[in-house]
Ligand binder design. Structure first.
Ligand SMILES: [Zn+2]
Ligand SMILES: [Zn+2]
Length: 342
């Protein structure tokens, strides 16, 4: 079995990302892959013969070894080792639901706090078999995550148009945002910009410890807005991982989910292992309330697009009806639902 050097480097990065390796460990492979993309194949082969691969920008000893082994027509050791140790299913259960998913409505690129260019997120989403991916970079006030001003978002939309033109039919990159829910429940982007998007995920990222009645008012107001399609990671909790732990926000979940039901806003099932949000008890409450759902990854790197397995496992185990998961819907149905004027 042989593999192209770029594909080997990308696959290694993907496997590291889905097994939650630090961005730092993955970076070398991502950088080497993008560096190699600009080099014609015969020149790569020449450099392998001459031993001058490492003179290319972004290529070091371990990435050069991967390239050399791929050029020699064999599966690179590093890749073989990762396929064995981490290439299997991330979790057992949820496979049936996952087969119904057509896309992902929550992902970040290097325009905000993601680690990869938009194009790489798109390529990986297509390789996972998705029909669509929503590009939901952050909104202006989330400065720590390099949130997009209206002007930067406008620029991003032209980039998205270009990507979709190049892709043609068969896959659609959705114009989208993860917009901050401000203290008063309003959204952190201009209505004019929000109108231009296909999908909007609204999330609380600030003042997570607000008292319960104020947080309830804030969230209820936000999910009722015509622009809000999906309520992102509703409790804000962190249960594991590099960023430490964070308690869930307190709010009247029944009131928030009822407002979601009335306004047709989907409750996100956030698949990130450190979030696993909403927790099982709240997810059960939302199911009983009759809400719509979106099983999202909140991927900040291409390999994290595979986290959907975790969300599917929970959704299936807790009995979320498939037809109530908006990202099982065909694109046209999804767009119609998300249209703020409909
Ligand atoms: Zn978020
Ligand atoms: Zn996010």
């Amino acid at each position: 079995m042989s593999i192209e050097p770029v594909d080997a480097l990308r696959r290694i990065a993907f496997l590291l990302e889905r097994s939650r390796a630090s961005t730092y460990r993955v970076k070398a492979y991502r950088e080497a892959a993008s560096s190699l993309l600009g080099v014609p194949e015969n020149q790569v082969h020449e450099r392998v013969r001459d031993g001058t691969l490492k003179q290319l920008p972004g290529i070091g000893s371990s990435t050069a070894a991967v390239i050399e082994q791929a050029v020699a027509g064999r599966v690179p050791d590093k890749l073989a080792e990762l396929e064995t140790s981490t290439g299997g299913p991330l979790v057992e259960g949820g496979e049936e639901l996952r087969a119904h998913l057509r896309g992902d409505l929550h992902s970040h690129s290097d325009w905000s706090d993601g680690g990869s260019p938009i194009e790489e997120m798109v390529a990986s989403a297509m390789e996972l078999g998705h029909d669509y991916l929503a590009l939901t970079d952050h909104s202006p006030r989330l400065t720590v995550a390099n949130g997009l001003t209206a002007a930067r978002l406008a620029k991003q939309l032209t980039v998205v148009d270009g990507i979709n033109r190049a892709l043609g039919d068969g896959f659609r990159l959705l114009k989208a945002i993860e917009v901050d829910i401000l203290d008063d429940g309003s959204l952190d982007q201009t209505p004019e910009m929000l109108d231009q998007l296909d999908v909007r995920v609204a999330s609380v990222h600030s003042k997570l410890k607000m008292d319960s009645s104020a947080m309830t008012r804030r969230m209820v107001a936000a999910v009722r807005l015509r622009h809000t399609n999906v309520l992102g990671h509703c409790t804000g909790r962190l249960i594991t991982g590099d960023r430490g732990k964070r308690a869930q926000s307190s709010f009247d979940a029944r009131a928030v989910f009822e407002a979601c039901l009335e306004s047709g806003t989907a409750v996100e099932i956030n698949s990130r292992p450190e979030r696993t949000d909403p927790p099982d008890d709240l997810l059960t409450l939302a199911i009983g309330t009759g809400c719509l759902f979106a099983v999202n990854t909140d991927a900040h790197a291409p390999g994290q697009l595979d986290f959907q397995a975790y969300g599917c496992e929970r959704a299936q185990r807790l009995g979320v009806p498939v037809e109530r998961i908006v990202n099982t819907w065909p694109l046209e149905v999804l767009l119609e639902w998300a249209d703020p004027s409909s």
